[in-house]
Ligand binder design. Structure first.
Ligand code: GRF
Length: 214
């Protein structure tokens, strides 16, 4: 990324990101957590392959046995580990196993790319300020599940997506980057989510590059 484009991008991003040229650094070791389709996993992997993100995906953790994200990982030769929350007696026990797995794969930064579970302090404490989440709304509006439906129900004319550092409170924490998306009169949850995902795929790799490559 040229210095000019970094400066132009800087107007969109928060002071939690410092802009440095990371091309000479060792690749950042990422752990990705996903529950479903995994299109955001895919764009991160593609950004790495294209040389736009100086990182490597150490492991994909998924909690849903039928997650398409696991198929995507296999196709890309990325190791994946199924940790099913139903197999654990508490959220903390589940998170302890996640932390152990992330450490086992020497993960430095954790990317929650469609991880549909609340996390406990156990996970946050293990990776302080090194966990990134993506959410399909302009936070702090429309937290939680059904964010796209919430936006349609509220009648907003602009919504979007947010990449932020994770904290205990759901869909909160310092905002790294956002992108706005218009809501069109005939939008359904599917059409609007599709338009939001185009922007998610644009800003997630960029936010990881800018936040993690310090
Ligand atoms: C995305 O819209 C993300 O914002 C939300 O879950 C969805 C995951 O999409 N947290 P995908 O599985 O990456 O396609």
């Amino acid at each position: 990324m040229s210095e000019d484009s970094l400066i132009n991008t800087a107007s969109l991003i928060s002071p939690h990101i410092s802009l440095v040229d990371a091309s000479s650094r060792a690749p950042v070791k990422l752990g990705i957590m996903a529950s479903g389709n995994g299109s955001n996993f895919e764009v991160v992997a593609q950004a790495i392959e294209d040389g736009k993100l100086n990182a490597q995906i150490q492991v994909l953790i998924y909690n849903n046995p039928s997650a398409k994200a696991a198929v995507r990982a296999k196709n890309r030769g990325v190791e994946s580990v199924l940790l099913n929350h139903r197999d654990y007696p508490s959220r903390e026990e589940f998170d302890r196993q996640i932390v152990q797995t992330l450490h086992q794969y020497e993960v430095e930064w954790v990317i929650m790319a469609g991880w549909m579970r609340l996390v406990s302090q156990v996970l946050i404490d293990a990776f302080p300020n090194k966990m990134i989440n993506i959410h399909p709304s302009l936070l702090p509006s429309f937290k939680g599940v059904r964010a796209v439906e919430q936006a349609l129900e509220a009648g907003v004319k602009i919504t979007g997506c947010t990449v932020h550092l994770l904290c205990l409170e759901m869909d909160s924490g310092p905002i790294l980057m956002q992108a706005a998306v218009p809501v069109l009169p005939d939008d359904t949850p599917e059409t609007l989510h599709g338009r939001i995902q185009v922007q998610e795929h644009r800003i997630l790799p960029l936010a990881i590059a800018l936040a993690a490559q310090k």
